[in-house]
Ligand binder design. Structure first.
Ligand code: A3P
Length: 316
């Protein structure tokens, strides 16, 4: 067992080293360079981060989920870390877990960094396991989601806020080749599916189309912001928990942006180079970077790509 796989070992190293190709990419030969040094690898025809390695991806596809397991999935920068803490607290009736970080409570199987987990470790974990994933439906954890025993939750966020949040997250980071492109360039890369995890529309729609399966819950970041309590009730009902009003208050308080940002349990400060992960936590911060022309162009693409799907988003 490696140190990072030993959540209850008080002696283990707390700090997670900065991502490095040599230590974490596992297969160096298939790494590619895009514009402005943007680094990635291709898996199943999609742009993926270098730390999503072929072997770990294969393990994530083959993992046998158990009844009771939970898997939350999103396109990056859609509020998945927030959702993960909410889920954890629902399953613990609001109680803090024994682990010292949120990261150590979650299993991100396809990733070699910063959450490396072996099959043996995952097999040894007692039920219930909470899995994290950023895969589109056809690449999901544990095979075909609608046919698995796992409860899946997908969270989507309006793509204007996603593209801005993602730009800050990927700029000058080792896992993205220290990408140094300007905002305008990132904007184009995003709209043409050249960023890690590929085309946002394909990703979100792949799960949206499956939203009626009984073990898939599709939710939106904006709804969590606007009506946290209602969303918490939906989530807990879906997962089979009945929470008292006091526990719901506690979960709302613990998972607020302010508290997650300041708590060493959830702020992810142990991960080198993550930067300001808890950046704005708002709906509409896209307005800080978008020009009017970019906003109009983005709106046009959204209208075209989402037409007839029934999926829409609040942007303010
Ligand atoms: P911003 O960069 O717009 O601030 P993910 O966890 O999927 O990577 O998503 C990260 C985004 O969710 C960031 O958005 C982050 O600030 C926001 N976020 C994280 N925790 C939050 C919380 N408790 N409340 C609201 N937003 C949160």
């Amino acid at each position: 067992m490696t140190e990072s796989e030993s959540p209850r070992n008080p002696d283990r190293q707390y700090r997670i080293d900065r991502y490095s190709d040599e230590k974490n990419a596992e297969v160096l030969e298939d790494l590619r360079l895009g514009d402005h040094g943007y680094k990635f690898r291709m898996l199943e025809g999609l742009v993926m981060p270098p730390y999503i390695t072929p072997d770990r991806y294969a393990l994530s596809r083959a993992i046998e989920t158990r009844t009771g397991d939970i898997c939350f999935t999103s396109y990056p920068k859609s509020g998945s870390t927030w959702l993960s803490y909410v889920l954890l607290l629902i399953t613990r009736n609001g109680e803090a877990p024994p682990e010292d970080t949120l990261r150590n409570c979650l299993q991100w199987v396809a990733s070699s960094w910063p959450y490396p987990r072996s099959k043996e470790y995952l097999d040894r974990l007692e039920s219930l396991r909470i899995f994290k994933s950023h895969m589109p439906y056809q690449m999901a954890l544990g095979g075909v989601p609608a046919e698995s025993s796992c409860r899946h939750i997908y969270i989507a966020r309006n793509p204007k806020d996603v593209v801005v949040s993602y730009y800050h997250f990927e700029s000058e980071k080792a896992w993205a080749g220290d990408f140094s492109g300007p905002w305008e360039h990132w904007f184009d890369m995003f709209l043409t599916g050249q960023v890690q995890r590929g085309d946002w529309f394909d990703h979100v729609l792949s799960w949206w189309e499956q939203r009626d399966a009984p073990n898939i819950l599709f939710m939106k970041y904006e709804d969590l912001r606007k009506d946290f309590r209602g969303q918490l009730e939906n989530l807990s009902t879906y997962l089979g928990y009945e929470l008292s009003p006091a526990v719901m208050d506690l979960i709302e308080e613990k998972t607020s942006f302010r508290n997650m940002k300041s708590s060493d349990f959830s702020n992810l400060h142990e991960i080198e180079q993550l930067g300001e992960f808890f950046r704005k936590g708002k709906v509409g911060s896209w307005g800080d970077l978008f020009t009017t022309e970019q906003s109009n162009r983005f709106d046009r693409v959204c209208r075209e790509r989402l037409a007839g799907t029934g999926l829409d988003f609040s942007f303010e």
